[in-house]
Design a protein around this ligand. Structure first.
Ligand SMILES: [Zn+2]
Length: 253
């Protein structure tokens, strides 16, 4: 089992972070922690340094923060990431969020910032982890135009047709615990080629019971995919773990 996207740096884990990580090490092969802004990037790198070969880092900027990022701060953050190329396994999360950002000028800035991260992923030859909320189609067009090859659509919430289009380009989709409840996602997941599927929790968000989510719930996502596709838990675990290792080039057996 690998959780390819979560936020173990968030305040929700302040009281028991080490305990949780200790427990996760018994159950999961690896956990990828994604940063959402400049400060969080420091926390993610620190956590990675404390748990190498188990926790892995991706650095990015959540799209809701992108409209307020001026050029100077953006360039210095891109430089910061470039200088830490050897410590990270991907760029993200980055992308577009049309749910929380409505104003056209702010959306335009969000797209500008996103395209700079797409360029960076190409330059560093790293996978990019996408947050595309109510913006899958425009995000997908930008990804195709950028020429970036290793792409993960994190916490996929789109329709079956969009999932098929994404995978037809060789991009990956990660499914999160919202697949436990959504009928649309069930439909999309039924015909999805397992070779393109990864699993995640987006912890501390998306807890199936409405509380605090933790990466060990990735087992529930695997279980749900297995049910939907008529496979065993082990088959889905094997395939999705392998996919994560390939996409992020993780050195875990
Ligand atoms: Zn996230």
């Amino acid at each position: 089992m690998i959780d390819v996207h979560c936020h173990l740096t968030f305040e929700a884990f302040d009281s028991d972070r080490e305990e949780i990580i200790r427990d996760l090490k018994k159950r999961l092969k690896a956990v990828i922690v994604s940063s959402t802004d400049v400060e969080d990037a420091q926390g993610v790198l620190k956590l990675y340094a404390e748990h190498p070969s188990f926790l892995y880092a991706t650095l990015g900027l959540h799209p809701v923060y992108a409209p307020d990022m001026d050029d100077q701060r953006l360039e210095s953050y891109l430089r910061f990431i470039r200088d830490r190329r050897s410590k990270i396994v991907g760029i993200g999360e980055v992308g577009l969020d049309y749910h929380w950002v409505k104003e056209e000028a702010r959306r335009e800035r969000m797209r500008e910032v996103f395209s700079r991260f797409l360029e960076l992923a190409c330059e560093l030859d790293l996978p990019i982890v996408l947050h595309l909320r109510e913006a899958i189609d425009s995000g997908l067009r930008m990804v195709i135009d950028s020429g970036v090859k290793k792409v993960l659509f994190h916490c996929f919430t789109g329709k079956k047709k969009q999932a098929q289009e994404i995978t037809s380009y060789g991009y990956y989709i990660s499914l999160a615990p919202n697949i436990l409840k959504s009928k649309d996602l069930k439909r999309a997941a039924r015909t999805l080629s397992l070779e393109r599927v990864l699993t995640e929790t987006d912890s501390p968000y998306l807890d199936p019971e409405g509380g605090r989510n933790t990466p060990q719930n990735v087992s529930l996502v695997i279980q749900r995919i297995a049910e939907i596709q008529g496979l065993s838990w082990e088959e889905v675990d094997h395939m999705t773990t392998q996919n994560a290792q390939v996409l992020f080039n993780l050195g875990v057996g």
